[in-house]
Structures are given as structure tokens and as C-alpha cells.
Design a binder for this molecule. Structure first.
Ligand SMILES: [Zn+2]
Length: 239
């Protein structure tokens, strides 16, 4: 189970590294709900997060998260004490706002600061999933877990791969040069092909001539010639 968890974490981290440029040290934004669950399952966040993610981790929170925990008093006293040990990321809220709104404002649209978000708040998690490039950590089965990338993230990554596969004008020029080096000028190849395409019509005439050459009787050939002339005349008149 432990190996599976670690392999899964590596795979997900690789996805965010390759597609959204996340790199160690990983900065994790932690809220009160995550801390509360950690305390419930006796998980030491500072010890377990770097072990699970297998890299240097910087635990962060915001002043608004602390203020919310403090306001809830004894309910979140434990989480408040744990969060106080973490780095306080400046959120530029002079008067505290709800923790979930503050964390969303830290992520903004593109998560340019490359935060992982550790929360048990399902509403917040759902809003983060609706935007690409937001790795989510949660606690379940007595352990920290990294959520598999949301559909929005996978779609963005897929688009990125597709756009990388479409050759640019620069690449097209190089490809054309390589083709002419290997196959010769493209125009010659096309000319030969055109000649072959035009070929069948004269060949069909030859076959008919050959039939007349072996000629069973002269009457049918004459009737054929007359037939052709008759067909051609109306076309010429129209032109
Ligand atoms: Zn704030």
C-alpha cells in the first residue's frame, strides 16, 4: 500500500512538473480543515509531507486562514497552533476574509506561484478542480494523499501536447529542405505523376487501334470513328 501511494504521488507530481512547470521546493498552502484532519489521524504534517512527496517542501498558510481558526476558538485551537509554525504567505488582505476565498485569491486563475493546496474543504477543492494546474492534497485512510489531476488539468495538458505536435512555419521549411535533399525537387516528382495520370486516355485509343490492326472486320471500326466524330462535333459547337 505504501509503495502504491508513493508511486501514485510520483506520477501525479511528474504530470504537474511536465505540464505546469512545478518544481521543488514544493510550496504547500495549508488550511485549518487539513490541519484538523491531520491532528485527528495523528499525522505530523511537517514530517509526512516531505516524505510523501519525496522532495523539499515548504509549508505555508495565510493570515486569513489563521484568523479564521482563531475566530472559531476551541474548535480549531489545535490547527491554529500547528498553522502558526508554518510560513505565513502574504495575501494582501488587510481585514481577514474567509480562508477558502483567501486561498482562491492566492491561486488566482493560473496558479503562477505554483502552490499545492492542502484542504479537506470540498467546496474549495471543487472550485480549484475547475481551473487547470492546481494540485490538491487531502487526508484519507489515515494518510496524506495527492489527488489525481482533475479533468481540466488533463485537457490543458492534452492541448499542450497537440500544439507541440503541429509543425511551425520554421519546422515546415526544414522538413521541405530535407525532402528536397533526399527525394530531389518536389516538382519533378509531381510532373511524373501527372504524366502517369494523363496516360490512360492515349492508351485506351491504342488498344482500340490494336483491335483494328488485328481487325476481324473493317465495318465496326468505321462505325466507331463515325460515332466519335458525332460525339465531338456537338462539344465543339458549344465551345
Ligand atoms: Zn488573505
Amino acid at each position: 500500500m505504501k509503495l502504491k501511494r508513493l508511486k501514485h504521488a510520483r506520477k501525479v507530481m511528474g504530470f504537474y512538473k511536465n505540464n505546469f512547470d512545478f518544481a521543488p521546493p514544493i510550496r504547500v498552502l495549508i488550511d485549518g480543515t487539513f490541519c484538523k484532519a491531520a491532528l485527528k489521524f495523528k499525522i505530523n504534517i511537517s514530517e509526512q509531507l516531505p516524505k510523501y512527496l519525496d522532495c523539499e517542501v515548504k509549508q505555508c498558510t495565510t493570515q486569513c486562514v489563521l484568523a479564521e481558526c482563531e475566530a472559531l476558538g476551541p474548535l480549531l485551537y489545535g490547527p491554529f497552533k500547528v498553522l502558526q509554525q508554518f510560513h505565513i504567505q502574504s495575501c494582501s488582505h488587510d481585514t481577514p476574509i474567509p480562508a477558502s476565498k483567501c486561498l482562491l485569491s492566492m491561486i488566482k486563475q493560473q496558479n503562477k506561484a505554483k502552490f499545492y493546496i492542502a484542504t479537506q474543504d470540498q467546496e474549495l477543492a471543487e472550485r480549484l478542480r475547475s481551473r487547470p494546474g492546481n494540485p490538491l492534497l487531502f487526508i484519507a485512510y489515515n494518510a496524506i494523499n495527492l489527488e489525481a489531476p482533475a479533468e481540466t488539468s488533463r485537457k490543458r495538458a492534452h492541448k499542450k501536447v497537440q500544439s507541440n505536435m503541429v509543425p511551425t512555419d520554421f519546422h515546415k521549411e526544414i522538413l521541405d529542405k530535407m525532402k528536397t535533399d533526399v527525394l530531389g525537387p518536389a516538382t519533378h516528382v509531381n510532373k511524373h505523376r501527372h504524366k502517369k495520370v494523363k496516360g490512360p486516355n492515349p492508351l485506351s485509343c491504342k488498344k482500340k487501334k490494336s483491335k483494328t490492326g488485328t481487325g476481324k472486320s473493317s465495318i465496326p471500326t468505321e462505325t466507331k470513328k463515325v460515332g466519335r466524330r458525332k460525339k465531338k462535333k456537338p462539344v465543339q459547337d458549344k465551345l
